[in-house]
Design a binder for this molecule. Sequence first.
Ligand SMILES: [Zn+2]
Length: 205
Amino acid sequence: MCATLSRPTIGSCKMRIRNYGRLEIPRELWRELARAMKLDGILPGALHDELGIYGTCKTLRVTVRPPIPRKPSACPQSYTFGHISIYPCPACTLGFLTSCYLDGLMSAWLHQYHEDLYEQSICGYWDDRPLFTFFTERAYSILGGTINKPPVCGNHRLSVRKARRNVPAFREFAQTLLSCKRVNVPTWHRKAGRRWRKPNQRMQR
Ligand SMILES: [Zn+2]
């Protein structure tokens, strides 16, 4: 989907998803999640890209790499300058890849809208994992994702149809992050946790 009218148009304004994995990626769901995080159009960081780091693509780029056997990883994804890369193993499920993508969205959002906080987080100046973990786990749960025991990549289950029905709930959840004051971003999960305790209890997890 094209950027909104209020956003400038530079080259292609469509988010790019490349998939070299064995699973079919729910592209429309992933785009809807990016849209809810205000990451679906021209990225703010790309507007002032005087060094050309973003190249000709000014939108979020997502690449799912070919699966390779590896030891279990908490979240095999990386983010750099508008590009989320996901590194699945042969056992990874669509639910797990979506969970990794959510983690990447959090990185992208921090980088694009709070670059100083993003740099502090990757430099370890503040303990960012509760923030990332809270966002990813809660968002995955809101979408209807489940994790069987043991909680490894192959035991994540997500119905794409159900997840798309739950996008409005995800959007509302994401808004609690997007609208919170910058100074509260590192501790956002504490307040959001209280707010979302009740809805989460109703979810089938
Ligand atoms: Zn895996």
